[in-house]
Design a binder for this molecule. Structure first.
Ligand code: SAH
Length: 226
């Protein structure tokens, strides 16, 4: 998957893609991530990317031209399956949406800042708007990193054990059962014996029971597909 991220704060992406699973995906070439500084596409002499809102009001608005030029350049180089804008009023990101988006080959992700972006970008370029929750962040960068993480880990070859993403919470409308590792007894706090029994059938049965129990308790309604 090729991901082109448009931002006015490129350094914010130094961290998330340089650690752990995402780093490995990048190194293996499974995720091809390109960060573009929107400021490089300004044509004014101050290289400004934002301006006062028409009609007044608090906060600055990201200008249409540099974003338009950046998207147009990318689109002239290859086809994109989606041009995504991270936005608090977009479609709420959940596992189903992540599953669907993980099938894309090429995507653009635009990160807003300040009061947001000039509406004309949304009208003329954006094909999908995604929110990571009903709260407002100061910029789209962290949201974009969350989206990328949720997509990239689903691409075959990224996780070592390929069944591992499928057994996570929210796949199959179930929350994951609790997990344990060594030591089996820590200060008298014992891991469930069944997990040490070696009996695969009993273990799987236990995991399913716990998953159902947790789902009913923590996400009632989820098993019915809500
Ligand atoms: N004035 C806007 C909020 C702008 S926040 C409003 O009330 O809707 C600045 C930027 O942060 C947005 O352009 C968006 O890219 C990003 N952002 C903020 N909250 C977000 C969220 N919950 N999910 C995804 N992106 C978000």
């Amino acid at each position: 998957m090729r991901i082109d991220i448009l931002t006015i704060f490129p350094q914010m992406f130094d961290g998330p893609f340089n650690q752990s699973i995402l780093k490995r995906a990048v190194e293996k070439g499974i995720a091809d991530i390109h960060i573009h500084d929107i400021r490089d596409f300004t044509t004014n002499k101050h290289r400004s990317v934002d301006d006062y809102p028409f009609g007044g009001g608090a906060g600055m608005v990201m200008m249409v031209e540099p974003i338009a030029l950046c998207i147009e350049k990318l689109k002239s180089e290859r086809d994109y399956d989606a041009v995504i804008y991270m936005s608090p009023d977009g479609e709420l990101l959940d596992q189903k949406l992540a599953n669907r988006c993980s099938l894309y080959k090429n995507i653009i992700i635009l990160c807003g800042h300040y009061k947001g972006i000039d509406e004309r970008i949304r009208e003329h370029f954006i094909t999908k708007e995604i929110s990571i929750g009903n709260y407002v962040l100061s910029g789209g960068e962290l949201a974009a990193a969350v989206l990328c993480d949720s997509l990239i880990r689903l691409i075959p070859g990224v996780l070592n054990d390929e069944t591992s993403a499928l057994s996570d919470s929210f796949q199959d409308n179930l929350i994951s059962p609790p997990v344990y590792t060594r030591p089996a007894d820590f200060r008298g706090w014992k891991a469930p014996e069944v997990l040490l029994s070696g009996n695969e059938k009993l273990i799987n049965q236990w995991k399913l029971e716990k998953a159902i129990e947790r789902t009913k308790k923590r996400r009632p309604g989820m098993m019915e597909g809500e």
